[in-house]
Ligand binder design. Structure first.
Ligand code: FDM
Length: 243
């Protein structure tokens, strides 16, 4: 046994306002991954699951829902049962062998990390709190349903100053894609950030990365944040998955 103990993967979460380049950067980091053990991209909300279908109907304004109820659905979407087989493409990177095996969402992330696979998520619980808080829901109530989910080692917040965000505001037609809502969400992300930083160390480091400039420039900034984490993992590793 001795030194053969498998090192766990890193859990990295990307957050930011709409149109900040998050999805592009998650894709680039995933495709150009240099860390050991492989990597898997995840996206929340995951619209491919049963609850994801309802969330999608809400976001595309096909369905109305109470603000508390949709908040709980977003959280439940991080917890819910998920097929390892995702979107018709058999995904056996969890090494579970049986593609029809059903795992809880949180369990699937934890399993990957334990198996040495790193996970990069496009949004997570921090979006959950920021968007619902922007609607005026009670902040301490908001955090409860996400308690005990696997906590990321690193949160990369892609930051766009107000004017730069406005210049990119060629929003699509989804529910939260208005300047007014995005402005409130920006303020709420600042609150979430303070909470995370003043935390008991359960959630990882929150790093603001300037999202202005070319895709390559932003990618380079992200590398400078991610590389030290990977170095740390090559060394002693990160130990237990935080909850
Ligand atoms: N969103 C996302 C929430 O309101 N709560 C959540 O928990 C999450 C994960 O859903 F406007 C919002 C944020 C965004 C919308 O996100 C869909 P994408 O990244 O555009 O699919």
């Amino acid at each position: 046994q001795g030194g053969s103990k498998r090192r766990r993967g890193a859990f990295i979460v990307f957050e930011g306002l709409d149109r900040c380049g998050k999805t592009t950067q998650v894709q680039r980091l995933t495709e150009g991954w240099t860390g050991a053990g492989g990597v898997k991209g995840r996206r929340f909300p995951d619209r491919t699951t049963p609850l994801g279908t309802t969330i999608n109907a809400y976001l595309t304004s096909q369905q109305e829902m109470d603000d508390h109820a949709i908040h709980l659905l977003f959280s439940a979407n991080r917890w819910e049962l998920q097929r390892v087989d995702n979107g018709g493409k058999v995904d056996d990177s969890t090494g579970m062998g049986d593609p029809s095996r059903i795992l809880r969402g949180a369990e699937a992330i934890e399993r990957d990390l334990t198996n040495g696979i790193s996970v990069i998520a496009d949004r997570y619980a921090f979006s959950g709190i920021a968007f619902s808080a922007a609607k005026g829901l009670n902040r301490s109530w908001l955090a409860a349903p996400d308690a005990n989910l696997p906590a990321p080692d690193l949160i990369i917040f892609l930051h766009l100053p107000g004017e730069a965000a406005a210049a990119r505001a060629d929003f699509g037609g989804e529910r939260y894609e208005t300047v007014d809502i995005q402005t409130r969400v920006r303020d709420e992300f600042a609150n979430v950030r303070e909470k995370v930083q003043g935390y008991d160390g359960r959630s990882g480091e929150w790093v603001d990365v300037d999202a202005q400039g070319s895709i390559e420039e932003v990618e380079e900034r992200i590398k400078r944040v991610v590389d030290p984490l990977l170095k740390r993992m090559e060394g002693e590793g990160l130990g237990e998955i935080k909850r």
